[in-house]
Design a protein around this ligand. Structure first.
Ligand code: FE
Length: 349
């Protein structure tokens, strides 16, 4: 009788250990423990392969909920404590900051994440981590502009480019983050002057996305355009013959901010504040930060891996030879309102 009790106790203990995820990489007992709910604003053809690979390694199934960043933030806010969200993934440190600022993310302490991701590409408090990188740079008409004319961010706003610049609207988080970075580097006065120069240089009122700005350079509407790196790389290597032709005449230049490198931003993720499957969320985040996953994502969407030790895969490797500015991407979000105000005051719509 005594022995039987011990056996039951031992079995119960083993079950408890398994349920707590102490059994290494084997899937934990119970359906709830083997799932992670991913709220993501990123959708690529390679996603299925990526999540399958994670499930293969961990036994954890990825339940994907898609939407744009603001939709997902609104959804998590309305779901509140009952939100099933485990991991939130989106593009741009400014968008991750919005989630952080709404109290939707919790801090994660992970040796693996801290080792894989450079300190300037993650939140100092671990509420989000950059997983892949992009640069916000210049596409230029090679028949009219020399790369040396646009090797600094100041030059974009200089009088020599009056009426020769294309740029998307001020409500784009990419632009808000860039202006936030400029405020961080230059202070508000010089940045305000820069935004006025940008508006004076606009060849047309802002319209369309980054790809539309690149196409407008080719069409002769303007001679230089602000764009994220991956849009150009995608056009240069994509299915669309007209877009590939655009990239024959239009090339990429990487301006330097204060001689320290090009403005970079990230796509990344953070653990949801009320994550019901918190450990699984951390494991998915760690997987996404692994060299294998950084490479898979970069191969699928033409971003750069976040880690300097992970080489950019083809065809992005052809555009990877630039110096990234070392500024912390966590400085962009808190500058968002100030950036918006400066742009609005300058007439950047
Ligand atoms: Fe984008």
């Amino acid at each position: 009788m005594h022995m039987r009790t011990n056996l039951i106790t031992a079995l119960a203990f083993a079950t408890l250990l398994a349920a707590c995820g102490q059994g290494g990489s084997a899937p934990a007992a119970g359906a709830a423990a083997s799932v992670v709910n991913l709220y993501t604003a990123r959708h690529y053809d390679t996603d299925t392969a990526l999540y399958e690979r994670f499930t293969e390694q961990t036994g954890i199934r990825v339940n994907v909920i898609e939407g744009n960043a603001d939709q997902l933030i609104a959804r998590m806010t309305s779901e509140g404590d009952a939100s099933p969200a485990d991991l939130f993934v989106t593009a741009d440190a400014g968008a991750l900051w919005r989630a952080q600022n709404a109290g939707l993310l919790q801090s994660t302490t992970s040796q693996a994440l801290n080792a894989a991701i450079p300190a300037n590409l993650r939140d100092p408090e671990g509420r989000w981590f950059g997983l892949n990188r992009r640069a916000r740079i210049i596409a230029y008409d090679t028949t009219r502009v020399q790369p040396a004319e646009i090797d600094t961010y100041e030059e974009i706003a200089s009088p020599r480019f009056r009426g020769r610049l294309c740029v998307r609207s001020a409500d784009s988080v990419y632009n808000l983050s860039l202006v936030g970075a400029l405020i961080e580097a230059w202070g508000p006065e010089k940045t305000a002057e820069w935004t006025r120069g940008v508006v004076a240089n606009m060849a047309r009122p802002p319209e369309g996305g980054d790809r539309d700005q690149i196409r407008a350079v080719n069409a002769g509407v303007c001679e230089i355009a602000l764009t994220n790196s991956y849009y150009y790389i995608r056009m240069a290597n994509g299915e669309d013959a007209a877009d590939r032709a655009v990239t024959q005449k239009v090339k990429l230049a990487f301006p330097s901010l204060d001689g320290q490198g090009a403005h970079v931003n990230i796509s990344g993720g953070g653990v949801a504040a009320n994550a019901p499957n918190r450990e699984n969320a951390v494991r998915l985040l760690e997987f996404l930060a692994s060299p294998e996953a950084q490479t898979m994502v970069s191969a699928g969407n033409n971003e750069y891996p976040a880690s300097p030790d992970v080489p950019a895969p083809a065809p992005t490797d052809a555009y990877a030879d630039f110096t990234p500015h070392p500024m912390s991407v966590a400085t962009y979000g808190p500058r968002q309102t100030e950036a918006q105000n400066l742009m609005s005051a300058a007439g950047w719509r």
